[in-house]
Design a protein around this ligand. Structure first.
Ligand SMILES: [Zn+2]
Length: 94
């Protein structure tokens, strides 16, 4: 009985909608489309969604760059102080 249930779940067409969190929708997809009832309108705005994801990708890339710089700049100053800074001053800090 359990085995039959697992096979039914495995063969059940799942909604292809991916949430912002990265998880896939667990809803059952309707036969004519790849999405569940709740995500039917996503199909209609497919082109708009693609453009939206492109914008999101650009934004994510920008955020990643900013984060990288935020990590690199203190690292650069740390290394510069370490190798080119006056050693006496460094001892005072410690
Ligand atoms: Zn769905």
């Amino acid at each position: 009985m359990n085995g039959v249930l697992i096979i039914m779940i495995a063969t059940m067409p799942r909604c292809l909608h991916i949430f912002d969190s990265g998880f896939q929708c667990i809803g059952e997809a309707l036969e004519s489309t790849d999405f569940c009832e709740a995500h039917q309108k996503v199909v209609a705005f497919e082109s708009e969604r693609l453009q939206d994801s492109r914008w999101r990708k650009t934004l994510l890339r920008f955020v990643a760059l900013v984060l990288l710089l935020m990590f690199l700049i203190p690292l650069f100053y740390t290394l510069r102080d370490l190798y080119f800074g006056p050693p006496v001053k460094a001892q005072e800090v410690w």
